[in-house]
Design a protein around this ligand. Structure first.
Ligand SMILES: [Mg+2]
Length: 413
């Protein structure tokens, strides 16, 4: 039998993720030192992310706001918009899923892709990686760096230790070059080595990753058991773990966000967009065969100097996947938290999924009727496009459905 080709695993890591999303949403921040920070007015406000311009001053994630200000007096503090970051992260997942069905999010800004056997579609792994980088950049404005390897470990090491320092934001490790590149690195750079292990290794005169790799495997194993053995394997670039693509389907939520063409101040106009977004989210949740139990509403005010807005969620009275089940709660949430000031962006996320195929039946709700109505609407839109069937509200001045349909083009559905 012919020997199987090695696996091709890619880790895509969004650069300065939160700060980058803020700069995409607010172009006046581009090229400036930006720190996303809990509450800079409070002394315990902590930097959650910093733009590369801020990092150049020594600003780091986890620093208190006052220290950040001391290092970089002209830093611009921005409050975090978590649901927006989640939305962009899911958008990136959708782009990755155009390249492979085996995408496994590792964190909000890092995702693994298994590209094994995709050479015929996207070319050599390095070429595929560049293509993916470019598409994410064009569609989301976010820059990623990419580590490529034959296992998740190699991809992670390639990304964290090398791609970050490269101008082309890309690096490839494999069994042939792993020792040459990785062994000279300090032991603390090895995936899985924390400060405690680092201290242990130092006492054993294990300073570099190669020092550990060259030890007989019995030494770390006897000392630290399975964990020691795992680290020894990591040092040798060996990783038996496999990606579980099922995890990608187990999405935590589906969300949609719209930046409005102008600032909206009228409740009717805002409600129209909320309803449109709800429809769109419900369509995608139904396509997954799920219902959501929690609705999340995100609103960003129009004034960048005085950031307003909110991000709130509420449990639904019953799991739902049709707009009439979701919208009343979304609308109520919005009005409870809206300060009445003009709005720049709105978002709806549905999460806490239950499976439609196995659920409690209820005698008293409209679910069956709603389900068949939704199914008919989905079929019509599936065949004739997203604007084949719409709510009359979308024709009112605030409606964004037609703009969005144009923007999304053929690529989303
Ligand atoms: Mg990152």
């Amino acid at each position: 039998m012919q020997e199987r080709r090695q696996k091709v695993i890619m880790l895509a890591d969004a650069e300065s993720f939160y700060a980058s999303v803020e700069s995409v949403d607010n172009p006046s921040l581009r090229g400036k030192p930006v720190a996303v920070c809990g509450d800079p007015a409070l002394r315990h406000g902590i930097v959650l992310a910093a733009s590369k311009e801020a990092k150049a001053f020594g600003v780091k994630t986890g620093q208190p706001a006052w220290e950040c200000r001391r290092l970089c007096p002209e830093v611009i503090f921005v409050r975090p918009h978590m649901s927006r970051y989640l939305e962009v992260s899911l958008e990136m997942t959708r782009i990755f899923e155009q390249f492979t069905d085996r995408v496994v999010p590792y964190s909000i800004d890092e995702q693994f892709l298994d590209l094994s056997g995709c050479e015929g579609l996207w070319g050599e792994p390095a070429e595929a990686a560049r293509r993916i980088l470019r598409q994410v950049r064009e569609e989301t404005g976010i820059r990623c760096r990419i580590g490529l390897g034959e296992s998740p470990l190699q991809a992670k090491m390639a990304c964290d230790r090398f791609a970050k320092k490269r101008a082309d934001a890309f690096f490839e490790l494999n069994s042939d070059n792993y020792a040459a590149h990785v062994w000279p690195l300090p032991i603390g750079d090895l995936f899985g080595v924390g400060s405690r292990m680092k201290a242990h290794f130092k006492r054993m005169a294990v300073r570099r990753i190669g020092d550990l790799a060259r030890l007989p495997r019995e030494i770390p194993r006897r000392r630290w058991g399975v964990n020691g053995l795992l680290l020894w394997l990591n040092a040798r670039g060996i990783d038996y773990s496999t990606l579980q693509p099922g995890e990608a389907a187990e999405r935590k939520g589906v969300g949609h966000c719209a930046t409005l063409p102008r600032d909206y101040a009228s409740p009717q106009e805002i409600e129209t967009v909320l309803l449109e977004l709800t429809e769109e989210v419900c369509f995608r949740v139904r396509a997954l065969g799920k219902r959501g139990t929690t609705v999340h509403v995100y609103c960003r005010g129009a004034d960048f100097d005085r950031p307003t807005g909110f991000s709130r969620q509420k449990k639904l009275p019953e799991p739902g996947s049709a707009a009439p089940e979701i919208y009343p709660t979304a609308r109520q949430l919005f009005h409870r938290h809206w300060d009445g000031r003009p709005v720049r962006a709105l978002g709806i996320t549905l999460s806490g999924f239950t499976d439609r195929r196995c659920e409690q039946l209820s005698f008293f709700n409209r679910r069956e009727a709603l389900d068949s109505l939704s199914a008919a609407a989905d079929e019509i839109r599936g065949r004739f496009g997203p604007t084949a069937l719409f709510r009359a509200a979308s024709l009112t001045p605030g409606g964004q459905l037609f703009n969005r349909a144009k923007l999304i083009g053929g690529h989303e559905r």
